[in-house]
Design a protein around this ligand. Structure first.
Ligand code: PEP
Ligand code: MN
Length: 335
């Protein structure tokens, strides 16, 4: 349920109303926009008398939110959420570019790629330390040592780091990680999501291989319901009957999600296509569709990558992508 307050309602009145609502056992979200303040109510609102609220001098309208996702709902928070990540941010007018290898393989590798992607315009460094592999016999990541390597690259380049968590018991290793990634395979690991909801870390939540946008938003809701509103959504392709590409990029997820939620939405064209040469056109399409950023896999030697080589760009190819994406962003700005 939301209550839109009349223009000119002062802070004291807002505080009185929200403490009364909290007293009714509800979580209260206050969103101050340009013209109006919106009070969003989460919890069992069935006991709240709409007419009573509407009768209050300061209340302009009261609406029930029919969607099952509340905190993530654009109706609760009409302005875009901007998630602060170190010295940069994701959401609103900012365009984030997270780039780096699929998996952290060695210090030399990560350091060289980090410097190259930074020079090409990346705003964050990605790299998997814990890898969710289809086969238990494939490289599973360097784990804690991988995170240490990412932290060294962060210290050297100043780039905030993004890396995937697979188990809530590992959380203590992620203390200095800037953005914790929840991979597609864990999008509905609800216990993990609840645990991340108890932190204040920015969470990059990737859409599951066969999940709807509503399910993605409900997973974001799990994190937000725990008190962590710092959620970034990522469309990374879904499973279809197509086999030329690893997944099918659902580009319409961008405008659809932007209508439904205030959370930032980024695209991962690397996992969406699985094919390095398709990354550039899909990255440009993401920028044109209004995405708030990209996540792209970059490797210094894709042919010998321990994971996801076929979809990884060389640093040179990545620099070409960022140049083209910038041109698309400039063109879209003028429309
Ligand atoms: C990744 O980003 O390396 C990854 C494993 O992605 P996804 O969870 O989207 O497959
Ligand atoms: Mn990968």
């Amino acid at each position: 349920m939301i209550a839109v307050l009349k223009q000119g309602t002062n802070d004291k009145q807002i505080e009185n109303l929200s403490s009364w609502l909290k007293g009714q056992g509800l979580d209260v979200h206050i969103s101050k926009g340009h013209d109006h303040t919106i009070i969003g109510l989460v919890g069992d609102t069935s006991k709240i008398d709409e007419d009573l609220l509407l009768g209050l001098e300061m209340v302009e309208t009261v609406k029930r939110i029919s969607e099952p996702f509340k905190s993530a709902n654009r109706k609760f928070h009409p302005d875009d959420s901007v998630i602060k990540v170190g010295n940069t941010s994701v959401g609103g007018v900012d365009f984030a570019i997270m780039a780096g290898p699929c998996s952290v393989e060695s210090e030399e590798q990560v350091m060289a790629i980090a410097k190259a992607v930074k020079a090409a315009g990346a705003t964050m460094l990605r790299g998997g330390a814990f890898k969710p592999r289809t086969s238990p016999y494939d490289f599973q990541g360097l784990k804690a040592d991988g995170i240490e390597i990412l932290l060294k690259a962060k210290a050297e380049t100043g780039l905030p780091i993004v890396t995937e968590i697979m188990n809530a018991n590992h959380l203590s290793m992620f203390e200095d990680v800037d953005v914790i990634q929840v991979g597609a395979r864990n999008m509905q690991n609800f216990e993990l999501l609840k645990e991340l909801g108890r932190t204040q870390k920015p969470i990059l939540l990737k859409r599951g291989l066969a999940n709807t946008l509503k399910e993605l938003l409900m997973s974001a809701e799990y994190i937000m319901a725990g008190g962590n509103e710092n959620v970034i959504l990522c469309e990374r392709g879904i499973r279809t009957f197509e086999t030329y590409t690893r997944n099918t990029l659902d580009i319409s997820a961008v405008p659809m999600l932007k209508e439904l939620t205030h959370l930032p939405v980024i695209i991962d064209p690397s996992h969406a296509t699985g094919v390095a040469k398709l990354v550039k056109p899909m990255a440009m399409a993401a920028a044109a569709a209004g995405a708030h950023g990209l996540m792209i896999e970059v490797h210094n030697d894709p042919a010998h990558a321990l994971c996801d080589g076929p979809q990884s760009l060389t640093p040179e190819a990545f620099a070409d992508v960022t140049k083209s994406v910038k041109r698309v962003l400039d063109a879209v700005k003028e429309i």
